[in-house]
Write a protein that binds this ligand. Structure first.
Ligand code: FES
Length: 251
């Protein structure tokens, strides 16, 4: 149940190296959007819209928030939108996270895989433990936002320039959540899936990072999945995901 809306940019900020944070007025889309879903934003001069994950949804004020990194000409063009400009947005798309905000949820994110987790974590507030990893201190994003939401936030960096020096998986060994949600690089998702399996914890992972066109046109997001009988088949992140039960993904 998606829609298209011309959405006024209410806020624009550069939050880290090549990373931009936008809030747009999109009451029709915010009303139906769920954390973990994504949007298709029209880029002036390009044929295809860019898939951008929804970072947060404010149903009361009718806004959507997007935090994205410049990855090519399309996202670079998107980062040029100024406050007052109107973005042509098609949303919400894909399957989001299934979570109970009152349960103890663990969110694990890496780099630009962190924004898709934010909306769900914010709704869980103090019930959420959040473990996020970044390349170095210049790439850390959403720290103040997770704190403001009351989440138990743990940060790791690859080079130790901020937080724990090492992997996010090191930060979660003492956590015993009801459910795990993760988004980030494939190696991280594999480690999280193994952790969840070893501890018998339900887990959902978002493969959002692996999308290119987002509409089933490039086939660049093909992913091997298990069906209910354990047989493998090829699915598409943009159409079947981006969120999958961890046990369905073949690593
Ligand atoms: Fe292009 Fe899925 S992202 S087909």
């Amino acid at each position: 149940k998606y829609d298209v809306q011309l959405c006024e940019v209410l806020r624009r900020a550069q939050t880290a190296e090549n990373t931009f944070d936008y809030t747009v007025l999109a009451p029709k889309l915010a009303e139906v959007a769920q954390p973990g879903q994504f949007a298709h934003i029209y880029v002036p001069g390009k044929t295809l819209r860019r898939p951008i994950s929804i970072c947060d949804i404010d149903k009361k004020n009718g806004t959507l928030r997007f935090v994205f990194q410049i990855r090519g000409a399309g996202t670079e063009q998107l980062s040029k939108f100024e406050v007052g400009d109107k973005m042509d947005i098609l949303a919400p798309l894909g399957h989001g996270f299934t979570f109970d905000p009152n349960a103890h949820n663990l969110f694990i994110g890496g780099g630009i895989g962190v924004p898709p987790l934010f909306g769900a974590a914010r709704q869980c507030g103090k019930n959420a433990t959040v473990a996020v990893g970044f390349r170095n201190k210049d790439f850390v994003i959403l720290e103040d936002d997770f704190h403001a939401a009351g989440c138990d936030l743990r940060i790791a960096t690859d080079d130790g320039s901020y937080g724990h020096h090492g992997l996010v998986i090191d930060l979660i060994q003492d956590v015993h959540p009801d459910k795990i949600f993760a988004c980030g690089p494939k190696v991280m998702l594999r480690a999280v899936t193994e952790f969840a399996k070893a501890h018998n914890i339900p887990c959902e992972i978002s493969l959002e990072e692996r999308m290119a066109c987002g509409i089933g046109a490039c086939l660049g997001c093909a992913v091997e999945l298990y069906d209910e009988n354990g047989e493998t088949y090829m699915g598409h992140v943009c159409k079947d995901g981006p969120v999958f039960p961890a046990e369905r993904v073949v690593f």
